[in-house]
Design a protein around this ligand. Structure first.
Ligand SMILES: [Cu+2]
Length: 67
């Protein structure tokens, strides 16, 4: 399934890289795209239940998840 997560607190490419780095280590994500401009992460996951885990990991590195 494809989903979009709105986040707050990305300021630059460095922030994007930090998030990409976290996402790349989570198993079960097929595709992802981090948009600095839109402050969103669009991703495709195998199972819906990993979304909470993804949000928690993004918050753990200092960003706010808005949804
Ligand atoms: Cu930054």
């Amino acid at each position: 399934m494809k989903t979009t997560i709105k986040i707050q607190g990305m300021h630059c490419e460095g922030c994007v890289k930090r998030i990409e780095n976290v996402l790349s280590k989570i198993k079960g994500i097929d595709n992802f795209k981090v948009s600095l401009e839109e402050q969103t992460i669009t991703l495709e996951v195998k199972k819906e239940n990993i979304i909470e885990d993804i949000k928690a990991k993004i918050e753990a590195i200092g960003f706010n998840v808005k949804q």
